[in-house]
Design a protein around this ligand. Structure first.
Ligand SMILES: *[C@@H]1O[C@H](CO)[C@@H](O)[C@H](O)[C@H]1NC(C)=O
Length: 445
């Protein structure tokens, strides 16, 4: 029906948006305030027109409590149907929040996104479905919040055959689901700090401690991941992209995910296996996606032939000030036959690992924006071959992890857990982490 639905303030600034189809560019709604002004100048006083067509896009809107609720469509839809849908939607939300206004939207982002998914999910194109919809949503949501854990009943046998990856009769005292979004970053960085190549390998991992046959619904943000013409993803940190399109490649789901549901509606629903599993993996690769390294390393090596080697190394965390990189390890190659090392780190500690011919400079916590320097000196044997050449081929590796942060911009909006028979209260937990992949590499020359 509608491609996008937007809630806007009285000036036409978007408060909350849901993209259902991805067939209209995300910034199209920015034209709405101007189109609204034009419309007001062309219609007579007291006349009401809830509809604007501009460049093949229909803006269908309702004005309510100093808000505009606006649906965008590309096709020639029945405008009245959409108007009725929007007004029914306002009814439902008013029942939830007592009054639908700017403040209640800001306070209820998560619930509103969930409701929006439910309503379209229920194909509310037919207004006659409203009763069913209303019943479903009120029941469902409130039962999730208010119900206290009841004693657990065994699930009926009828359910069990359909789900080969989960046995029946699973029971937990406390029903919890832990969701981790883990992104591993691989980067090839020149000695001058220029990114030649970058890649994000993402995984959504779940540890499920849930009784019975729970049905889970995962709502992700529209931005960054599932839309192909997106300019804004990854801008969470200082190392934002350079405005290139971001496309997710190689999305793989665990067998429990209903693929048709995802393909049609971009909603991830599943009955999880018990315990730990990877729900989904994805890859983002774009040379220019990250224009700056997250951890920048600048290492200068000075060889004094037949006597010693001097190393001066600087690291900078190019992430947001309030972010922190943890367990940063800068692994610096040194000649095989170097000995008697001396280190002078401004911060952290340095270890010599002779069997791996490297120095490891470790910084346990590394706040965003900070810069630290380390200098080292090692002895070289008087007789030696072309160490310099061997050394120049070995790159520096960096290990790190950054909690509470994803580089792609992927975000979990909600994880809804529903066990139709047991109706227990459950607790979803979500964590984010970005870490170095196997190949976060800085060339030394
Ligand atoms: C760095 O990370 C890799 C895995 O990516 C690990 O094998 C290695 O032990 C870590 N630390 C050092 C000092 O190599």
């Amino acid at each position: 029906m509608a491609s996008q639905i937007h809630f806007l303030d009285i000036k036409g600034k978007p408060l909350l948006s849901r993209d259902y189809k991805g067939d209209i560019p995300p910034n199209t709604i920015e034209k709405f305030p101007m189109l609204l002004l034009e419309l007001e100048n062309t219609i007579d006083d007291g006349e009401y027109k809830p509809f604007i067509n501009d460049q093949g896009i229909n803006y269908i809107f309702i004005n309510h409590n100093n808000l505009y609720i606006c649906a965008l469509t590309r096709k020639n839809e029945n405008i009245m149907t959409i108007i009725i849908f929007l007004s029914k939607m306002i009814d439902v939300m008013t029942q939830y929040f007592k009054s639908l206004e700017e403040e209640s939207i800001r306070d209820n982002f998560v619930i509103i996104y969930e409701l929006l998914d439910e309503m379209m999910d229920f194909g509310i194109v037919q207004t006659t479905d409203f009763k069913i919809l209303k019943e479903y949503i009120t029941q469902d949501y409130y039962s999730l919040i208010k119900s206290t854990p009841t004693h657990l009943v065994a699930p009926p046998n009828a359910l069990t055959n359909a789900v080969s990856w989960r046995k029946d009769g699973i029971s937990y005292k406390k029903n919890e689901a832990f969701l981790d979004v883990v992104e591993s970053i691989n980067m090839l960085i020149t000695a001058k700090g220029q990114v030649l190549n970058s890649e994000i390998l993402g995984e959504i991992k779940i540890k499920s401690h849930l009784s019975g046959m729970p049905d889970l619904r995962l709502g992700l943000n529209d931005k960054g991941i599932f839309t192909s013409n997106n300019n804004g993803a990854g801008g969470e940190n200082g190392a934002s992209n350079s405005g290139k399109n971001v496309e997710m490649e190689d999305i793989k789901f665990h067998q429990c995910v209903r693929l048709s549901k995802f393909e049609n509606e971009k909603i991830i629903t599943f009955i999880p296996p018990d315990g730990e599993f990877t729900l989904m993996s994805y890859r983002l690769s774009l040379a220019q996606f990250l224009s700056k390294p997250l951890i920048l390393v600048d290492c200068k090596t000075k060889m004094h032939k037949h006597s010693r080697i001097e190393i001066v190394c600087t690291v900078r965390a190019q992430i947001k000030k309030k972010s922190t990189a943890n367990n940063v390890e800068v692994i610096i190659p040194i000649p095989d036959d170097a000995d008697s090392p001396k280190f002078n780190p401004e911060y952290g500690s340095v270890k010599w690992i002779p069997e791996k011919s490297c120095l490891v400079w470790k910084l346990k916590t590394f706040p965003g924006g900070k810069l630290f320097t380390m200098s080292a000196e090692l002895g070289l044997p008087a007789v030696m071959d072309d160490t310099e050449n061997i050394l120049s081929k070995k790159p520096i590796k960096v290990n790190f992890s950054i909690p509470y942060f994803t580089t792609s911009g992927i975000q979990v909006r909600y994880l809804r857990i529903n066990e139709p028979k047991l109706q227990y209260q459950s607790y979803p937990w979500v964590r984010y982490i970005t870490k170095s992949g196997e190949d976060y590499i800085v060339r030394t020359r």
